[in-house]
Write a protein that binds this ligand. Structure first.
Ligand code: SF4
Ligand code: SF4
Length: 423
């Protein structure tokens, strides 16, 4: 796609945006992989359409506001990238474009309030926990913007699990094979702290010592995703200070969105003094499934009861990080576990960061489509590597009156090692 973008106007990210736009050849192979195009059937709600719109805005033929409805409907799921034969870096384009366009937008007072509440609450586990527990978030959101924020609050369980802080170091069992640092995450820590405990136990079982920097914070991915670049940088800087990449073999995440966000730290700090440090950090980031699969897994024991599960690929594992085989290899190594495939080409479940808040109707349609595929498999449980997918699917199953257990991949490994009965 030829462009006449004046790169100098758009700072250090201008070149990346122009390159992505330039490499699109309009072939349309990405359309079938795009969830919003599947639901809405509009060219401007497809990757190709959105690339064109971004080009027009950056060339100053369209205003930010004219293009915005179509760009707001993009999930950022990156399903379009693996389908693209020209290697268009849609991930860099959409993140950079959102950072450019957000300060130029005219948002309503309600919209601004809602975004501020998200930005001041979700990345901070103590605030999020306190707000949900006291019911304030629900009440404030409902009063402020019922149609949007009510959708999100419907996903948060009424009773949060007890807080179970991790120690600064969780030792390896037996001979130490590796040493890693764990990003414990923000939303996941509140909604399901057992995932982190399962992670450190499984690492320990495999001879890995885990360091959990106590001063760490949210990785900033949610803020990057919604174009709040300065907030994202502030959060990321905190992690750059407390994680020491040279002292560990990997920086581990067990949430797909956090992993792909942290791998983009180099882009976030492009042209700034922290760029080299951010790239070094990003190079060390690995999803727990990839780390364990490449380390070589100690064979898990047989599950106490046979279990048939279906694996849900999180977009930010499959599409954004290209991780397909590692979680399947880990699950397949558990005796007694039968692994089924969803057969929906990894189409997004509609979770995607704050998408449930911003675009509840499309999120609902995608959630319903996903659970239909889940139910078609006849599996006894759903497994995924991302708390967002698990929460979204659980909520949509509940809407249908279906109660299926949902597990993180690491929880099943943990149970197998401990020969604990599945709950
Ligand atoms: S990121 Fe997802 S929703 Fe956005 S254009 Fe690509 S495939 Fe479509
Ligand atoms: S598949 Fe790639 S090159 Fe083809 S239209 Fe989509 S983004 Fe452009």
């Amino acid at each position: 796609m030829q462009h006449r973008i004046d790169i100098k106007k758009y700072g250090p990210r201008g070149e990346a945006m122009a390159e992505a736009i330039q490499s699109c050849v309009h072939c349309g192979f990405c359309l079938a992989a795009c969830p919003t195009y599947k639901v809405l059937g509009e060219e401007m709600d497809s990757p190709r359409g959105r690339i064109y719109l971004m080009k027009e805005v950056l060339e100053e033929n369209l205003t930010v506001e004219e293009a915005q409805p179509y760009l707001d409907r993009c999930l950022g799921c990156i399903g379009c990238m693996p389908a693209c034969p020209s290697g268009v870096r849609y991930d860099e384009l959409i993140v950079s474009y959102r950072a450019f366009s957000e300060p130029k937008r005219k948002r309503s007072l309600m919209d601004n309030m809602a975004r501020r509440m998200i930005a001041e609450t979700l990345p901070y586990p103590n605030r999020f926990r306190a707000a949900v527990a006291s019911g304030k978030v629900g009440k404030l959101f409902k009063g402020a913007m019922p149609e949007k924020l009510g959708a999100m609050m419907g996903l948060v369980p009424a009773d949060l699990p007890e807080d179970k802080p991790l120690p600064p170091i969780y030792p390896a069992k037996g001979r130490r094979r590796a040493r890693v640092a764990l990003l414990s995450g923000c939303v996941q820590t509140v909604l399901n702290p057992d995932i982190n405990w399962a992670t450190v136990r499984v690492l320990s079982e495999n001879g890995v010592e885990t360091v959990i920097p106590q001063e760490q914070g949210c990785c900033g991915s949610i803020m990057m995703h919604i174009g709040e670049e300065e907030r994202a940088k502030k959060l990321a800087r905190q992690n750059l200070q407390v994680f020491v990449p040279d002292e560990v073999d990997a920086i581990i995440t067990n949430a797909a969105g956090c992993g792909s966000g942290m791998k983009e730290y180099g882009l976030l700090f492009k042209g700034l003094s922290e760029e080299a440090e951010a790239e070094k950090f990003a190079e060390k980031v690995q999803d727990i499934s990839v780390f364990l699969d490449s380390l070589g897994l100690k064979p898990p024991a047989e599950l106490r009861e046979p279990l048939t599960v279906v694996y849900q690929d999180a977009c930010h594992l499959l599409h954004a990080q290209g991780i397909r085989s590692a979680p399947r290899n880990l699950l397949s190594s558990i005796p007694g576990l039968t692994l089924l495939e969803l057969g929906d080409d990894g189409l997004c479940c509609g979770s995607a960061g704050t998408y449930n808040i911003e675009q509840p109707e499309i999120a609902h349609q995608l959630g319903q489509r996903k659970v239909q595929h889940v139910l078609n498999t006849g599996a006894q449980a759903v497994v995924s590597g991302n708390i967002g997918c698990l929460t979204q699917i659980q909520s949509h199953l509940a809407n249908r009156g279906v109660s299926l257990p949902l597990y993180h991949t690491i929880e099943l490994l943990d149970w197998a090692y401990r020969r604990k009965a599945q709950t």
